[in-house]
Design a protein around this ligand. Structure first.
Ligand code: RBF
Ligand code: MG
Length: 387
């Protein structure tokens, strides 16, 4: 028998941040600000988004007015932007794994609180479009209900008080640095799920940094473990992507002996930004060759530190020749692990082969094998578009 690793501090409650943690509000911000700034002849630069993350609405607005040198006051900016923002709440997507997490803790009777810098009416507005969320939170605290917003610990302390628990028995889940700072200042255990890529090194004060909510291991904090993993794989809601196979960076077959059939990310930036980087698997169809098992990585390949997020599917079949330009369609059905860095190319290759074995075996399970017949893999391609 192995000796159990000592647990970190035990938690009995979970306190969640909303924007960027449970819902994907970044896309919304770009959408609203892109349109708004163009009226002033300015162009929204996604790189400014970090100036708003985890900030109070007032601070975030002030940062944008300053960054774009807008001819209005912060308050005028807020009044102009608020209605544009709230009319889009219905379109906000849940972060991958958010519904699963809420159902899991709710189902196990783990008390949950929502603690956000947003005013309470905005929190309630945003979650009103998400079925089952409002009832799942015993406590909701907005930035307008305490003296100061994050990074001050007030919001988290108030949430613990309302949950009627000691701060030290709360686990906080946060995407932003001010939020992590607030949770630690409140004396809580904090798991960070950074919403901006390649920034995890900045989250040093968090007790753990994970890549996405799919990677949360509640048992590390003494909370009930997820029970939906099957043979090293996590079933996810299936999603679809396709296009002509392009030449990748040429490392796949040459350096690694792993020939990936890369897809162009053009036209897929939204889909790509909605899915956390990581190793996934599913079924692939090549228009002239048939349907094959597939394991793939999405992300920046930490070992190579790519500048762009790429999609690199490895079709699990020995092909006699290259098939650049051929139409490739993927249905993605399961998740294996986050992308990782490795100390040697050999250990990267060994890990990718382990992913291959996990995916090959899992795809024979009924929960995954039925997707082999998914209509998306059968429909025909007209004029290069998927109909
Ligand atoms: N690259 C990484 O840097 N880290 C990874 O953890 C990683 N996992 C992968 C898993 C699979 C199944 C595949 C097909 C690729 C993975 N890659 C990873 C990407 C790999 O480095 C890349 O496909 C080759 O370098 C070709 O560009
Ligand atoms: Mg946040």
């Amino acid at each position: 028998m192995s000796i159990a690793k000592p647990l970190k501090k035990l938690a009995s409650c979970v306190i969640l941040d909303l924007d960027g943690t449970l819902i994907n509000t970044d896309a919304l911000l770009s959408d609203v600000l892109g349109g708004f700034l163009s009226k002033y002849g300015k162009q929204w630069d996604g790189r400014e988004v970090h100036k708003t993350l985890g900030k109070t609405p007032l601070e975030a607005a002030a940062a944008i007015v300053e960054a774009y040198d807008l001819p209005c006051t912060t308050n005028e900016f807020i009044s102009a932007i608020n209605p544009l923002y709230s009319e889009k709440w219905c379109n906000i997507k849940a972060q991958p794994g958010a519904n699963r997490l809420i159902k899991h803790f709710g189902g196990h009777g783990v008390p949950m609180a929502l603690a956000s810098n947003s005013p309470r009416v905005n929190i309630e507005g945003k979650i009103s479009f998400r079925q089952g969320w409002k009832e799942s939170f015993s406590v909701i605290i907005g930035g307008d209900e305490v003296a100061s917003g994050k990074p001050s610990p007030d919001i988290y302390l108030e949430a613990a008080k309302k949950l009627n628990v000691e701060p030290s028995s709360c686990l906080v889940i946060e995407d932003s640095i001010p939020g992590v700072t607030a949770g630690k200042a409140a004396g809580m255990e904090v798991v960070a799920v950074p919403s901006i890529p390649k920034q995890s090194h900045l989250y040093t004060s968090a007790d753990e940094v994970i890549n996405s909510l799919l990677d949360l291991k509640p048992e590390k904090w003494g909370l009930p473990p997820f029970q939906d993993w099957v043979d090293g794989t996590l079933p996810i809601e299936s999603w679809y992507i396709g296009g002509p196979v392009i030449k990748g960076l040429g490392r796949g077959s040459k350096v690694l002996g792993i020939p990936t059939a890369n897809l162009s990310t053009e036209g897929y930036s939204t889909v790509l930004s909605e899915h956390p980087s990581g190793v996934y698997f599913g079924w692939a169809r090549l228009s002239t060759k048939g349907v094959f098992k597939m394991v793939m990585s999405i992300g920046w390949n930490p070992y190579f530190n790519n500048p762009e997020k790429t999609i690199e599917p490895w079709l699990l079949h020995d092909f006699a020749e290259d098939f650049y330009g051929e139409d490739l369609r993927l249905v993605i059905v399961g998740y294996i692990r986050p992308e990782a860095n490795f100390s040697s190319i050999e250990s990267l290759i060994a890990k990718i082969h382990e992913d291959r074995r996990i995916a090959e075996k899992a795809l024979d399970l009924p929960i995954y094998s039925t997707y082999r017949d998914d209509p998306y893999l059968k429909s025909c391609v007209k004029d290069g578009s998927h109909l």
